[in-house]
Design a protein around this ligand. Structure first.
Ligand code: AMP
Ligand code: ZN
Length: 114
């Protein structure tokens, strides 16, 4: 989608340092980190939100979890633990309308979230 911020990041229109990239997803640092490690993993394909996951694209979430695991090991927070978050819709706190998964690590994360 031409006016989507995360499409622009994924396709290089907004220059961004990628921590990981393959044919399906990219990972980059969140601009407003909520933890010492705060990474976003997004599909290259535009998907509005988790509500739009269907038979044709349901490989994406599993792929994202695989990349999260890989990054956790590479960046050194696999042992201490981390959280994978997907915010969906208004009450879920989604502010960017392109499916994305937050990887948070590097401090103890409270539960339940606010
Ligand atoms: P959400 O609130 O779940 O939709 O998450 C959107 C996230 O995108 C927030 O954590 C923002 O800080 C982050 N964000 C917004 N713009 C950028 C950007 N240009 N680069 C990196 N992260 C961004
Ligand atoms: Zn998009």
């Amino acid at each position: 989608m031409s006016d989507c911020l995360f499409c622009k990041i994924a396709n290089g229109d907004i220059p961004t340092e990628f921590l990981y990239e393959d044919d399906k997803v990219v990972a980059f640092k969140d601009i407003e980190p909520q933890a010492p490690h705060h990474i976003l993993i997004i599909p290259k394909e535009h998907i509005d939100s988790a509500l739009e996951i269907n038979d044709a694209n349901c490989d994406i979430p599993g792929h994202v979890f695989m990349v999260a695991s890989k990054l956790a090991k590479e960046l050194g927070f696999a042992q201490d633990g981390f959280r994978i978050v997907n915010n969906c819709g208004r009450d879920g706190g989604q502010t960017v309308g392109h499916l994305h998964f937050h990887i948070l690590a590097g401090r103890y994360l409270q539960w339940p979230p606010g």
